[in-house]
Design a protein around this ligand. Structure first.
Ligand code: ADP
Ligand code: ADP
Length: 231
């Protein structure tokens, strides 16, 4: 489970303080597919960066699978991130001169996993996204939708508990966006917890729960999750 309680994040640059998250609370249960929408600049990427242990925060409490994130050293936080979190981004962030197999291998090598374990993970992950037959292709030989599927495979190969996605379909035309959403739906159906930031309400509706962030706070829970009763 991923649980944030009254998390606050302030960016300080020269004279300016930006309150990116204020009193931000959210709980994501195992197996959920949460879509996060909200206006530009409302804090969606900040939330995802903190959730993914890429950014620190200024106040509040964040526990990831029972571990109090603020209590961890930098090294422990990196280890937790490598073990628990898979990321996909709007730009697919593939390495252009590595083939698909080697792209998926990058984070696994970084973690120091044995060659045989890595190979099994890579083959399984490329199968899961339907690209096993393309292992030797370069990213430039694939469509945008396929490249995003490689990025999904790279995340899955780490066998994370949470898949965090920041506008994963933002660079794709609507057909490919739908294919990537179908894939995320399948991965979620197999048990993966997914948190996805998107601008697109049509895509958001396909998640199991929608939340909206406005001005650094969660403002709206969809029909899927009844809003707390008003006293
Ligand atoms: P969103 O993803 O909803 O567009 P962000 O989380 O990127 O919003 O940004 C929230 C606010 O924090 C915005 O006002 C943005 O300009 C500011 N912000 C984000 N990252 C930084 C940063 N690294 N330094 C300073 N301000 C930032
Ligand atoms: P999006 O709207 O797609 O979430 P943004 O343009 O808000 O993307 O942010 C892109 C990146 O730039 C993020 O990593 C964010 O942290 C950073 N960023 C956003 N606003 C600022 C800012 N005012 N100063 C420095 N970095 C920022």
């Amino acid at each position: 489970m991923l649980a944030m309680q009254s998390v606050k994040k302030i960016y300080r640059t020269d004279m300016i303080e930006t309150h990116a998250l204020r009193d931000f609370s959210l709980q994501v249960e195992p197996g959920e597919f949460v879509a996060v929408t909200g206006p530009s600049g409302s804090g969606k990427t900040t939330f995802l960066s903190i959730a993914g242990l890429l950014e620190s925060f200024d106040a509040g409490r964040y526990t990831l699978d029972g571990q109090d994130v603020s209590a961890l050293s930098d090294a422990e936080r990196s280890r937790l991130r490598n073990e628990k979190i898979g990321f996909i981004f709007q730009g697919f962030n593939l390495i252009p001169d590595l083939n698909l197999f080697d792209n998926v291998d990058v984070p696994l090598r970084y973690r120091g996993l044995a060659a045989r374990d890595r190979r099994q993970r890579i083959e399984r992950a490329l199968e899961q996204v339907g690209l096993a037959s393309r292992a030797k292709h370069l990213p430039s030989q694939l469509s945008g939708g396929q490249q995003q599927r490689v990025a999904i495979a790279r995340a899955l190969a780490g066998r994370p508990a949470f898949l965090l996605a920041d506008e994963p379909t933002g660079n794709l035309d609507s057909l490919m966006a739908r294919q990537v959403m179908d894939m995320l739906g399948e991965i979620n159906a197999q048990g993966m917890t997914i948190v996805m930031v998107t601008h697109d309400p049509d895509l958001a509706r396909r998640a199991s729960r929608n939340i909206q962030i406005v001005d650094g706070q969660v403002t709206d829970f969809s029909l899927y999750e009844p809003a707390p009763a008003v006293q």
